[in-house]
Design a protein around this ligand. Structure first.
Ligand code: HEC
Ligand code: HEC
Ligand code: HEC
Ligand code: HEC
Ligand code: HEC
Length: 343
């Protein structure tokens, strides 16, 4: 009973706030019809229901990694951590009762009276530089960005790695998309430009939030690959538009054999790293605080590049030529090192 009262009081308070907002200087931006409670909370607002169902099918909604809620993790894995970093004083926090990446993490409808995103504009990368110019995709890049490896690779001769989790973390999709932060071997130039970072104007959002297929693909599900009635399905509607892969019949993500080629390159590089006892079968670095891995910087770079492209998980799609140039350079380096050792 008391709980109900609190909810009603809470709603009244929000209502007061919004009404005052309407008349006050702050005003309410956004589209007409979404500025009152019932613009969004209408019984007939099927768009909201559809979006909610899509979101429930996203890994954001499922919250598979929500308990990664320590101070250095919560800003990407929990709702509270993200909001703390991206609004107000910007502190990273440890979160006790973590909430998943829900509507109010990316939007603040009750503050703004609309669905504007909390994060827009330039997003800084921990490894340097920024992600900017792709509209709503800045929100994605705020979390899907590489972590600075600790210790970072550098111009020094060698590196001492003390953790099996050394590397860019699993979240480097924005860096790969732009073509930045892979290790560059001396004398090598990487090809960072792709049709995707030139043409996909809203980056992640263009492809992953394309027109939804039911509630399992595209839209707020963010899924580009999903099971439709038990069958593996690819969301290619954003690929085959005019100016991109228009006119392609039976278009797949493996277009031009890109994904097969990338898979083969990743397997080759992995084999070379395994043979030299640099990584484990689980793709972790063979290092610990008690038994550190001390390697020439270029070897650290080859390990980094393997993890960087393996964990991106688009098998080349995010930036095909960047994948090819960096993986080939890494394989060439590991092979030449082997030839030298054999002499
Ligand atoms: C711009 C759109 C928008 C407006 C305007 C809006 N809301 Fe909401 N509200 C939302 C969304 C989105 C949710 C989350 C819905 C969901 O989980 O499906 C929500 C959820 C809620 C909830 C549930 C909170 C919870 O924790 O799940 C309450 C209560 C609520 N709104 C009250 C109000 C009241 C009162 C107003 C008017 C003063 C209002 N809202 C105006 C978008 C809006
Ligand atoms: C910069 C944002 C960011 C930070 C900080 C971060 N993560 Fe993540 N992490 C992600 C993203 C994004 C994914 C999901 C990537 C994907 O699905 O491809 C992820 C995935 C994971 C996974 C799942 C890996 C898998 O193979 O499924 C684990 C476990 C994880 N993170 C643990 C942690 C821990 C522990 C910390 C803190 C020490 C941390 N993360 C900090 C963004 C981050
Ligand atoms: C991970 C971040 C994220 C989460 C979580 C999220 N959204 Fe969104 N939402 C976006 C992005 C990005 C867009 C912009 C898409 C575009 O511009 O095409 C968007 C667009 C929208 C729009 C369309 C606004 C407009 O008219 O342009 C609505 C409505 C919306 N979201 C509601 C919701 C609701 C309701 C939830 C929770 C069930 C939710 N969102 C959860 C990122 C998110
Ligand atoms: C608050 C941080 C955050 C934001 C913002 C965010 N993500 Fe995520 N995303 C994650 C984490 C963490 C995971 C891993 C989810 C899990 O396993 O719990 C993930 C998972 C995903 C996955 C599923 C990966 C898989 O394992 O299949 C996709 C696709 C994705 N995100 C795309 C996006 C896109 C596109 C945007 C922008 C519209 C976005 N994300 C915004 C943190 C974020
Ligand atoms: C040109 C279209 C395109 C763009 C742009 C794009 N992606 Fe993807 N993404 C894909 C495809 C295709 C896959 C691979 C799906 C497969 O083979 O299963 C993928 C895979 C992923 C995955 C691995 C999990 C999954 O769903 O398979 C994540 C996470 C992800 N993308 C996030 C992002 C983020 C974040 C951005 C923006 C920085 C982005 N993507 C930009 C098309 C795109």
């Amino acid at each position: 009973m008391q709980k109900k009262l609190f909810v009603i009081l809470g709603m009244a308070a929000v209502a007061m706030f919004l009404i005052m907002g309407c008349e006050g200087e702050r005003g309410l931006q956004g589209e007409p019809g979404t500025t009152t409670c019932f613009g969004c909370h209408d019984n007939d607002n099927l768009e909201m229901i559809a979006i909610e169902r899509q979101w429930q099918h996203s890994n954001h909604g499922i919250g598979a990694t929500v308990f990664e809620s320590g101070q250095s993790c919560s800003r990407c894995h929990t709702g509270q951590g993200f909001i703390s970093v991206h609004t107000g004083d910007g502190d990273t926090i440890a979160v006790d009762e973590p909430s998943v990446i829900h509507c109010f993490v990316c939007h603040a409808p009750h503050d703004n009276g609309n669905f504007n995103l909390r994060v827009t504009g330039a997003v800084a990368f921990p490894m340097g530089g920024t992600f900017d110019g792709f509209g709503p995709a800045s929100t994605c890049a705020a979390c899907h960005q590489a972590r600075q490896p600790n210790p970072p690779y550098s111009d020094a001769d060698s590196l001492t790695i003390r953790s099996r989790r050394w590397g860019p973390h699993h979240s480097m999709q924005a860096d790969v998309f732009l073509g930045t932060h892979a290790y560059v071997f001396p004398g090598v130039t990487l090809d960072s430009t792709s049709a995707h970072n030139q043409l996909a104007g809203e980056a992640c959002v263009t492809c992953h939030m394309a027109t939804p297929v039911g509630d399992i693909g595209g839209g707020h599900s963010m899924n580009v690959a999903f099971l439709e009635e038990g069958e593996e399905t690819e969301l290619t509607s954003a690929c085959t538009v005019t100016g991109c892969h228009d006119g392609e019949v039976d278009f797949t993500f493996g277009y031009n054999g890109v994904q097969d080629s990338v898979e083969a390159l990743l397997e080759t590089l992995r084999g070379l790293l395994l043979e030299d006892s640099l990584i484990t079968e689980d793709n972790l670095v063979k290092a610990s605080s008690s038994s550190p891995l001390v390697v020439p910087m270029d070897v650290a770079g080859a390990i980094f590049n393997f993890l960087f492209f393996e964990d991106d998980r688009s098998l080349g799609v995010h930036n095909p030529d960047y994948y090819f140039s960096a993986l080939n350079a890494s394989i060439d380096f590991m092979n030449s090192r082997r030839m030298l050792a054999a002499h």
